[in-house]
Structure formats: C-alpha cells, structure tokens
Design a protein around this ligand. Structure first.
Ligand code: MTE
Length: 749
C-alpha cells in the first residue's frame, strides 16, 4: 500500500511539474503558489490566451489552498535533484491487483482491451463511493481511482458525486469537461476496466447502472413551460406570469445549472453557512443561528435571468446560444431573511468606507490597514457547487437590501428556489442570487466560477460568435426592460373578459379581480374604447352590439372596424431604479400612448405593499385603446407563416408597403427614473450569448377569416403571446420556441 501511494505521489509530482511548465490552462493556474486573497493586479490581468483558459472553472478557494499547501514543498524539493530519476521509475509503477476485490484478468478471446490492467465488477466499483477513502469513477468502460484528483479538481468535491459510478452524467452537465485535456488528466488515474460481464453489447455499462444526478429534484407545477428537464429550466406561461403582483412560489421561473441538492427538511435549521474573511478567518453559522441572532427583514424583489427574452433576440437579430426563454425568465416575490451586511459585520469583517470609483483611483490606499471595500467581492457558493459573486460595496450598501433569505412569499423557500438558504441580491442579475447557499468568501477577486467569468456577460454586436470573454464585464445591475404578457381584442374586451376590467360593480366577486385600489381608471377605459365592458358571466349583449357581433361572426369583411384592445404586462429596471413611464404603440411605433402603471406598492386591504429601500419589484401596467383598421388574412393563413416585413412594421424597420394592411405590431417600451430606456432593436445589442435582450417588445396581431361553424367570421390571432382568443397559437409558438432551444447547446447555458 505504501509503495503504491508512493508510486501515485511520484506520478502526480512528475505530472504537475510537467503541467506547471506547460501552458495547459486549468492546471497551470492550479500550480500557482500565490496567497489566495491578495492577488496582484498583474495576476488579475487576463492572459493572452485567456479565452481558452476561462473555459474551465478555477479551483474553489479552500480547495486551492489545500492544493497549494500540498504542492509547495515537493516542487522546490525536486528541482534539479537526481531524485527525479527515481521518481520517473516510480511513476512507471503499476499498482498490483487489489486483493480485496474479485477483479479478474481478461479472457483474450472476448476482451481486446489492455490485458495488463485488471477488470472490476460494477458491484465492487460501487463500494468506492464518496464515503470511501479511495473514490473511483468509471468513464465509458474504464475505471479510475480519483483519490488524488479530488484535491486538485477545479470544481472542488463535486466530482465525488460521481464516485462509485459513471462520471458521464456529470460531464453531460459540466460540458466543459468534454475537452481533450480533461480526458488526458483523467487518463492518468486509470486503474483498470469494467468487467466484460457488466458491459452491454455496445461495450458500455447498462443505462440502469448509471446513477441519475437529478433523483432528488422535486415535483413541479404542470403549468410551467419546461425548456430543459434535467437540469430543470422552466418559465410560467404568460397568462400566469404577472396575473398577481407576487408570483406564486410554484409558478416562479426555475433556472438550475445542476440538480437540486438533497437537504434533510427535518434538519434544515442545522444547515451551515461558512463565512471566510480576507485574512482567511472563518466563521460558521447554522440557519437556526441566523434566524435567531439577527433581525429579520423583508424585501419585495424581482429575480430576472440575463437570458430573459433571449428568444426575441434570436428571432430578430440572429442565432444565440442558450435556453430560448420567452418573456417569463423573471418573477417577483417577497423575500424574508437576514441582511448579509449584518452577518458580515458579526463575522468580523472590517473594511475602510467605500469611496466612489473615480475618487478611489486618485486617492492613496486606506491608511488604517483595513481592506478597501471597493476592491473586494463577496463570493457565494451553493451546495451543488454553483458559484457567483457581487461587489462587496453592494453587500454593504445600507440601502442595497442584500438578503440571506429563508422565506419566499410567506413560506419557507421551496426546494427549487434554494431551500433552506439563498442569497437574494435585488436589482442585480439573478445569477448572483445563489441558491442552497453554503459558503461566502470575501476575496479580492470575483468568483472563479464559469458563471461569473464566462456565462453571464454581454458583448458588442461586432464581436460575433467569438467574443472576448475575459475583457467583458460580468453582468451585475440589470438594464430596463418590459414585456406584453396579455392581449384582448374586440369582443374579448366588449364582453368583459379582461380580468382587471371585470371589477367596479360588474364582477366584484371575481376571485381573480384585483382589489379596487388597483383597478384601472374605468372612466378612462370607457372613453377610450367607447363602451362599458360587460361581465361575460351575467350580461347579454346590447341589441346593437349583438347585431355587430352577429355580423362579425357571419361575415368576414374586407376591413375590420377599429377594434378595442386591452394589453397588460410588466416593466422592470435593475439597480433599484423605479419605472417612470411605459409607452405603448398599437401601430408598429408610428404613434405612441402611455400605459397606466398599477400601484402594487401602496399597502391596501390584504396587501402588504412593497418592502425594501429601493424599487426592486416589477411594475405591472395596463393599457386600453383602439387598433388601426386592418384587412383580415385569408382563412388558413397563420400570422407565423406571415412573419416578415411585408404586412407589419418589424424590428428591422421595414414598414408595410402593401395597400392592404393585414397585421399590426403592438409595442411596449419602458423608461426608468434615470431616463434609461429600451433600445429599439435587438440588432444593436446582439451578442452571441443572447444576454440582456431588452429591445422594445413587439407582438404582431392579425385578424383572419375563419369558418365559424355556420359561416365565415373574423378571429384575432397572434403568434407570440397569450390573450383572449390567442391561446392556441401561443402554444404553437411556445412549442416552436422550445424546439429552437432544444439540443445540448441550450442545456448548458
Ligand atoms: N444558485 C445555484 N446554487 N445554482 C444555480 O443553478 N442559478 C442562478 C441563480 N442561483 C443557480 C443559482 C441563476 S442563473 C438564476 S437566473 C437564478 O438562480 C434563478 O433563480 P430561481 O430558480 O429561484 O428563479
């Protein structure tokens, strides 16, 4: 055993010397011996071949210290010594068969693999799971002893998830491992092959022998639109998205990069959070301690993925890599937890007051030996190894409202949303609100995770498919955006099918109706649409209206009248900036009007209003008006088939040149209180990752002739959103959207 360990140690030392002298990305970095927290600015500067380097996650901080400690001695000890020769000899040593295992030598006739290496049965491999002192993994038909790799593994102990079984399901998730140099590293730990008796005809272990990393994932609401099942990525349908100000927990969008970690609910209060300060000191808190020792705060805040509306960018500007989200990678909730700044102060963090960045550049470093808050970052790590960071100044901002949250909409955090503890960073991209939070490190560099260094960045439209990943800044505060989530036209408006119009003496029992203080100004609605909307449940149409409806149902006329329309949606800006205005156009941007902003933040009966120091929640808006006169599409044509510029104004600015205008484009754009507003088109903000797709949101709608049973009539359709009469096509578009997002490229982004 001693000889064997020596052999492995020698092989590792030799390998690391070789690797430290090569430009091989991950290992090169792991060989560095610099102190972790105080990197020099030169070290921070991106290397020339940084694009390649950043594709592999860097070592986790604690782990990297262990690696350095382990390496510092042998590297200096070995240089130039004749010991090298003996180490070379030792490195060629092959471990003897493990007498504890029933491994067999191959039968040459059936097994053409290297006969000098032993064969292992799957049952024996399973004994080398995460609890074993010698964890093994399999890849294809090979067996690897990864004992030494665990310490050097850039992703920390996550590799142990695979111990005792196949590593493939994990590499399917962490696709960056599917690179030749990672295979080369793994090959160095090869100890044998899976016994032929445990292999299928294709030379691989049977599917049922491969463990599913997602076994602990919870059940989800069937209304969610699922982009990928494993890991689960799903958004609420438009009709549910902003029906209520606070998105119900079960409909809140889900964005996972991996599996949902298993946490024993009965022992949730024992969940531990480690806080590590710049000097390396650590402090450990249980959830129980966080809940009892610190004041609890509530914050009403949106979480929004940087990929929200990516599908818009794809459709209007070009192919993007990533999940093809619609307008629902955003949701709003009331979070409850303790302030991160309180916990950091308790842990003993001492920093000089943050200054404005420009002053910082001019002034001398703080003289009181306290670390400079401007230069530090809060790195968060989740139980399943996801990691991200925010600047420390955001965490310390007394108005920044960064929470360590354990409650969501008055309930414990659901498993999908971080149970039992998550960071909530209001106003920032949700990628920084790390779920299943287990560790916080205050460091002078950003999190080294790929989600900080690579995925959540945006680029110039000139950068195309190969942007400079390292030069681009990580996304933090979000820009202003908005979306149309519901459209009602013609009879749907007249018959009172718009939920927020079905109030005011007409349908007060309607459970969906907002409280009276939140309804739209009905007098204004009446003035705009020319009539009082009627409840569909208890009102029969006025005789004149009845006649008009019958006419519409029985005859597909050349032109529609200027039909009443109602729209609803959300607007949101990052950084706590309030929404100042929402502009709506019903004619492709030729003319504009303003939407009514729903006052969800003023406390009303049964409603708590909003919590927090800034505008972290979304602003819901409503609009009513009249459409331009349009010519119905011939029966059988769909607006999808009719996409392009000939009938509508589109993002490319193409205007209708035809005498008959079949469709019109509804547009919404929002402006925040800093007068930031949304760009007109996605072409000007195109980036290959499809991040921050915030251009004006457009929904094309078209009347079309249809067979209505007893004759021809007009129906309104849109390929793009939910609304009265639109559901079927909205589904078609969703399906198309999911198809567009399908495939391995989508899963990892
Ligand atoms: N935290 C962990 N631990 N793992 C993750 O995969 N995803 C991030 C962030 N925090 C993620 C995470 C991303 S990209 C987003 S958009 C939000 O969580 C989504 O939060 P939600 O699923 O609660 O909506």
């Amino acid at each position: 055993m001693v000889t064997r360990s020596l052999g492995r140690l020698a092989a590792n030392i030799l390998r690391r010397i070789t690797q430290c002298n090569t430009a091989e990305p991950t290992v090169h970095r792991a060989c560095g011996l610099r102190p972790r927290h105080l990197h020099t600015s030169a070290q921070r500067r991106a290397p020339a071949d940084a694009t390649a380097r950043s594709t592999v996650p860097k070592p986790s901080t604690t782990r990297s210290r262990q690696i350095r400690n382990a390496r510092a001695v042998p590297v200096s000890f070995l240089i130039g010594g004749s010991l090298l020769a003996s180490i070379v000899a030792l490195s060629q040593y092959r471990p003897p068969d493990n007498p504890d295992l029933n491994n067999t030598l191959p039968t040459p006739s059936t097994d053409s693999r290297d006969p000098s290496l032993p064969r292992y049965r799957l049952a024996d491999i399973r004994k080398h799971d995460a609890s074993s002192s010698e964890p093994w993994v399999t890849f294809e038909d090979k067996v690897y002893n990864i004992t030494d790799w665990v310490a050097a593994h850039p992703g920390g102990d996550v590799i142990l998830r695979a111990a005792g079984a196949g590593i493939e399901p994990y590499w399917d998730i962490f696709t960056i491992h599917k690179a030749p140099h990672v295979r080369e590293i793994l090959e160095q730990y090869l100890i044998g092959y899976i016994d032929q008796a445990d292999l299928d005809a294709d030379g691989r272990p049977p599917a049922e022998a491969v463990e599913d990393p997602f076994v602990n994932d919870p059940d989800r609401d069937s209304r969610l639109i699922t982009h990928t099942a494993k890991p689960r990525n799903a958004e609420p349908p438009n009709e549910e998205l902003d029906r209520t100000f606070l998105t119900p927990n079960e409909l809140f969008y889900i964005r996972h990069h991996m599996w949902v970690p298993a946490v024993d609910e009965a022992k949730a209060n024992e969940h531990a959070l480690t806080v590590e300060l710049p000097d390396g000191e650590t402090r450990r808190y249980t959830l129980e301690e966080l809940k009892t020792r610190f004041p609890t705060h509530k914050v009403t805040a949106v979480l929004q993925c940087s990929g929200n509306r990516r599908n818009d960018m794809t459709r209007h500007a070009g192919k993007t890599n990533g999940l093809q989200w619609g307008v629902g990678a955003i949701s709003n909730a009331e979070w409850e937890g303790v302030r991160l700044s309180d916990v950091l102060a308790d842990a003993g963090l001492q920093v000089a007051d943050a200054t404005a960045p420009t002053q910082k550049a001019l002034s001398a470093p703080p003289s009181n030996n306290k670390a400079d808050a401007n230069a530090l970052h809060v790195q968060f790590t989740g139980l399943e190894a996801y990691g991200a960071s925010i600047p420390l100044v955001k965490a310390l901002d007394p108005r920044g409202d960064v929470l360590l949250a354990f409650g969501m909409n008055g309930k414990p955090l659901p498993k999908d949303h971080g149970f039992p503890l998550r960071a909530v960073v209001p106003g920032h991209v949700a990628a920084r609100s790390v779920k299943w939070l287990s560790k916080i490190v205050i460091s002078d560099e950003e999190s080294t995770s790929q989600w900080q260094r690579r995925d959540y960045k945006a680029f110039g439209p000139n950068e195309g498919a190969n942007p400079d990943w390292d030069r681009a800044r990580s996304i933090q505060e979000m820009p202003v955006t908005s979306a149309i989530t519901g459209v009602w036209v013609g009879d749907c408006v007249r018959k009172g099918r718009v939920p927020w119009m079905a109030v005011k003496g007409i349908d007060e029992d309607n459970a969906q109706a907002p409280s009276p203080s939140r309804i739209v100004d009905m007098a204004a609605v009446e003035k705009k649409v020319g009539f009082t909307p009627k409840s569909s449940a208890n009102t029969s149409p006025e005789p004149a209206q009845q006649q008009q409806q019958q006419q519409q149902q029985s005859h597909c006329s050349e032109k529609t009248p200027a039909e009443p329309i109602a729209l609803q949606g959300y607007a949101y800006s990052g950084g706590g900036r309030a929404i100042a205005r929402v502009d709506v156009s019903l004619d492709g941007g030729r003319t504009w009007d303003q939407a009514e902003l729903v006052d969800d933040c003023t406390p009303a009966e049964g409603q708590a209003g909003c919590f927090g120091n800034k505008s972290w929640a979304w602003k819901r808006w409503r609009y009513t008006g009249h459409l331009p006169v349009l010519s119905p599409l011939p029966s059988g044509q769909t607006p999808l088939a009719h996409s392009g510029g000939s009938d509508c104004d589109d993002e490319e600015g193409r205007r209708s040149s035809q005498s008959k205008k079949h469709c019109t484009t509804l547009i919404v754009k929002a402006t925040d209180d800093a007068y930031n507003t949304q760009p007109e088109s996605h072409r000007g903000i195109y980036n290959v990752r499809g991040n921050l797709a915030t251009a004006w949101h457009r929904v094309k709608i078209c009347p079309k002739c249809t067979d209505n049973g007893d004759g021809k009539g007009v129906v309104w359709s849109t390929g793009e959103t939910y609304g009265c009469g639109f559901k079927k096509e909205a589904k078609e578009v969703r399906d198309a959207m999911l198809r567009q997002g399908a495939g391995p490229a989508a899963a990892g982004k």
